[in-house]
Design a binder for this molecule. Structure first.
Ligand SMILES: Nc1ncnc2c1ncn2[C@@H]1O[C@H](COP(=O)(O)OP(=O)(O)OP(=O)(O)O)[C@@H](O)[C@H]1O
Ligand SMILES: [Mg+2]
Length: 256
């Protein structure tokens, strides 16, 4: 059983009314591997990861988790199966401290008399050491998360998911709103997470960002898979070409 992929989606279809967002997509995610999902706007990337994270149910097709056919009724079931998703518009609360955001809903408590209160010292020291492991020097665990840069916020969300046991970490366009320096930090974080044996599903429009971290690349186009390639088997130009679609590129050339 240990050799089966952590997650395997086979011949997935998803329709919204008469829009066919996915038309027979298959993908498998293995332990410790960074699998990049590339594709142009509307290709079906977000729809596919929403199926992986239990937000949508497929119209047809099979989802296996650890080799077992699984029907997820909602995001809670995905989280309980070790599948964590960090969305670009992070569900963090800007005015609350980094520490409160990290522990949100799972705070460690201590008793003061009969009352359980959040054990700030313990929570803060675990947070600081988790962030340090991932290469981020937090100035102060009580600073509000709104004062962190976009890249640092992504990193806190990633560290949180890993600390609470994610086996598959899905990142939806984690670098799309970031500058060069912050992008480098997030890509480094992805690398660290992968080294721990966590599988990463990395959605991106940006071929260079994907090439910097990916072991595998799957390109979606209009709801179909154009194929999956291993790192080293495909280069920047080929991926870019697949993403932008043959037709558009030749049209561009003809117009010159
Ligand atoms: N809830 C929905 N209702 C109706 N149509 C939807 C819904 N979600 C997605 N779609 C449609 O499905 C197709 C794929 O959308 P999806 O969001 O998965 O693309 P994407 O690859 O994530 O694009 P982007 O790069 O712009 O984020 C699009 O045509 C979109 O309009
Ligand atoms: Mg999307």
């Amino acid at each position: 059983m240990s050799t089966s992929p952590l997650m395997e989606l086979t011949d997935i279809h998803k329709s919204f009314g008469n829009v066919n967002a996915l038309r027979g997509v298959s993908i498998s995610i293995n332990r410790g591997e960074c699998h990049c999902l590339l594709g142009d706007n509307g290709a079906g990337k977000s729809t596919l990861i929403k199926i992986m994270s239990g937000v949508h149910q497929p119209t047809a097709g099979q989802v296996n988790i650890n080799g077992k056919p699984t029907v997820m009724q909602g995001p809670r079931e995905a989280i309980d199966s070790g599948i964590a998703t960090v969305y670009q518009d992070l569900a963090l609360i800007p005015l609350m401290s980094v520490s409160r955001n990290f522990w949100l809903g799972r705070e460690l408590t201590k008793k003061i008399g009969p009352i359980a209160v959040m054990d700030f010292d313990k929570c803060n020291s675990i947070l600081m050491s988790e962030m340090e492991k991932i290469g981020i020097q937090l100035r102060d665990p009580s600073q509000s998360i709104g004062t962190l840069s976009g890249g640092e916020r992504q990193t806190v969300a990633i560290a949180r998911a890993v600390f609470f046991g994610a086996e598959i970490l899905i990142l939806d366009e984690p670098t799309s709103a970031l500058g060069v320096y912050q992008t480098a930090n997030v890509l480094k974080t992805v690398e660290k997470v992968r080294e721990k044996g966590v599988a990463v599903v990395f959605i991106s429009h940006n071929v260079s960002h994907a090439l910097a971290v990916g072991d595998k690349f799957t390109v979606l186009s209009r709801g179909e898979t154009l194929g999956t390639a291993l790192a080293g088997e495909i280069n920047y130009e080929e991926l870019q070409f697949m993403m932008s679609g043959n037709k558009e590129l030749s049209a561009l050339k003809n117009s010159k």
